[in-house]
Design a protein around this ligand. Structure first.
Ligand SMILES: [Zn+2]
Length: 147
């Protein structure tokens, strides 16, 4: 019996198609961020898909905005589509779920900064929900805000 989970290769693209992306996904989960920076960048909530480490390939006219000393946000230079939220210390790219059809078939697993979500909407579902304080404790127990 073979119970090994097989990685799935996903292909995606931005709104205009100038940027194409491929990634391998073994554990297809979605993570949402309600922080103020993600609200400003995406108009609501940034949802990304967990991809296998170093499996992402992104090609096309990419612009990178360094949003802090430790993070960057990338977007298509032509159409402005959000591409990823990346962290400097490990080079991780959290790819926008919307680049992939049906969000890669992944399920919402985790939401960050839930107490900063605007009062007018919320994500339903039984995913794990972390407040700002819980989010910061998870990523930067000693250093404060890590966005
Ligand atoms: Zn584009």
């Amino acid at each position: 019996m073979n119970d090994v989970v097989k990685p799935v290769e996903l292909s995606g693209r931005c709104l205009c198609g100038a940027v194409t992306v491929t990634a391998t996904v073994t554990n297809p989960i979605l993570r949402a961020c309600h922080c103020e920076m993600c609200q400003q960048q995406t108009s609501s909530v940034f949802v990304n898909i967990q991809t296998d480490q170093d499996s992402t390939n992104v090609n096309g006219p990419i612009k990178i905005y360094k949003s802090s000393d430790w993070a960057e946000r990338a977007f298509c230079e032509v159409c402005g589509s959000t591409l990823w939220y990346g962290t400097a210390h490990d080079g991780a790219r959290n790819l926008a779920a919307g680049l992939f059809e049906n969000a890669g078939g992944a399920k919402m697993a985790l939401a960050y900064f839930t107490d900063q979500c605007p009062q007018g909407y919320a994500l339903s579902g039984d995913h794990e929900k972390l407040t700002r304080q819980q989010t910061l404790a998870k990523f930067a127990p000693d250093q404060g805000e890590k966005k």
